[in-house]
Design a protein around this ligand. Structure first.
Ligand SMILES: [Fe+2]
Length: 445
């Protein structure tokens, strides 16, 4: 847990009615069709050949592609909606909508190496309606995927190809959010793609959202939405100074002017946290993780337009992928976070994962049987609104069984954490281990 004093008063801020004051922003909600124009000319083939040669030389010794086998192994094709799935137990009343999980699923074999973050985004959807469930999987139809489909093979240099350097292309494969009537799918370095869930649960890629050309940099996989104001707060990291850019998008889709966050070099800032008045940001450069350097995090007034208003703090060396919670407590701002002491993007993904130590105020643990794995989970409240107890609801998550090669969706009681699931939905296809989940209620289809 990190506690800090509040920063000094902001030198400047958005006015209270900041929706109307910013002349450089955009409230354009148009979604742009994805229509790349790949070229097959001689020059294109020449440069492509040189690039492939460089990539193969850089990749060096053959390493096992642990992200292409076992629970990470990609599925061969999309699955159209498969209705009336077998359900053990019962799907709770009121649980109507679509559980969505997005993760990497490369359509084409890599040029040389492969990293989990490289794969084309595939969305797995479990559509639930009045106790019945159906399953679908669809690719996020990005510009990169469409171009590689045109050529019939991998074309873009990726993280795995460069063994530790960031690739030139990352896909929208990481997380999902819903803002201003749009289901958004995020990648760390890709454009912002818009999806749509249809009545039968099928998932379509509508196109790209760029807020009328105002958004010209990537955005984080974890923007934050204030459920009281409806605003979305986000930032994007990039390879050129200032290396990070902060953005505020109003409830009605108005994108405010960018605010630079000048860092000492390129960074991977995957997550941040918001309180009523502040944002937590991190700033540790991680293209080459250096355990001798201190980690950096800062507190930014929510509507600041001047990066000098960020108050920076140092932590012992670590990397922060995800935060847990943040709030204001009198004159202090509190952050609960997860510190990784040493980041290695190429480490064995499962090494040591069976031996997590848990502590604190743990009320129950749901143990999966040996050989079964789950990732992200979604909490679904039994009662809508904010009057019920915060654990009165269900945890929902995809489970992959390494022993059988099959996948299910578990619905468990979050309050009791009983080892006996409320419902287990059997899926018709194996589901590749994904990154993040989201539950879209049916009123948002
Ligand atoms: Fe994440």
């Amino acid at each position: 847990m990190v506690r800090c004093g509040r920063s000094s008063p902001a030198r400047s801020s958005h006015p209270a009615n900041h929706n109307q004051q910013n002349t450089g922003g955009s409230r354009d909600g148009r979604v742009l069709l994805v229509d790349p124009k790949p070229k097959k000319g001689l020059a294109s083939q020449f440069f492509d050949g040189v690039e492939k040669l460089i990539v193969k030389l850089m990749h060096g010794s053959k390493q096992p592609n642990q992200y292409l086998s076992g629970l990470f192994a990609p599925v061969d094709e999309e699955t159209p909606p498969q209705p009336n799935l077998p359900v053990k137990g019962h799907l709770p009343e009121g649980l109507n909508g679509e559980l969505l999980m997005v993760g990497p699923n490369p359509k084409f074999m890599p040029v040389a190496g492969y990293h989990w973050f490289d794969g084309d985004g595939m969305v797995h959807g479990l559509h639930i309606k009045d106790g019945n469930a159906s399953y679908v999987s669809r690719y996020v139809r990005t510009s990169r995927l469409k171009q590689e489909e045109y050529f019939g093979g991998a074309k873009f240099v990726k993280i795995g190809d460069l063994e530790g350097l960031f690739g030139l292309s990352m896909a929208s494969n990481t997380s999902l959010t819903y803002h201003h009537g749009k289901l958004l799918v995020h990648g760390e370095m890709d454009k912002l793609y818009v999806l749509k869930v249809l009545e039968d649960g099928d998932v379509q890629t509508l196109g790209v959202l760029d807020y009328d050309k105002q958004l010209e940099h990537p955005v984080t996989a974890h923007p934050k939405i204030d459920s009281f104001t409806g605003e979305m707060f986000t930032f994007g990291c990039h390879f050129t100074p200032p290396y990070c850019t902060y953005r505020v998008i109003s409830k009605d889709g108005f994108m405010h002017d960018p605010m630079p966050i000048t860092l000492s070099g390129p960074t991977l800032m995957h997550d941040f946290a918001i309180t009523k008045n502040f944002n937590f940001v991190t700033g540790e450069p991680v293209l080459a993780f250096d355990a001798t350097k201190k980690a950096l995090f800062g507190i930014l007034p929510r509507y600041s337009t001047d990066e000098h208003n960020i108050r920076w703090f140092e932590l012992p060396s670590c990397f922060i992928f995800h935060n847990v919670n943040a709030w204001e407590d009198g004159d202090e701002v509190v952050l609960i976070t997860c510190r990784i002491i040493k980041l290695d993007l190429h480490a064995d993904p499962l090494l040591g994962k069976q031996n997590f130590e848990v502590g604190g105020n743990i009320k129950g643990i749901f143990n999966l049987e040996p050989g079964k794995f789950c990732g992200d989970t979604i909490f679904f409240s039994r009662e809508p609104g904010m009057t019920s107890e915060e654990d009165d609801g269900y945890l929902i998550f995809f489970v992959y069984d390494e022993n059988t090669g099959k996948s299910v969706v578990n619905v468990i009681d979050a309050k009791t954490m009983s080892s006996d699931p409320v419902a287990v939905v059997e899926l018709p296809r194996r589901v590749t281990f994904g990154l993040h989940q989201f539950f879209l209620t049916e009123v948002s289809f």
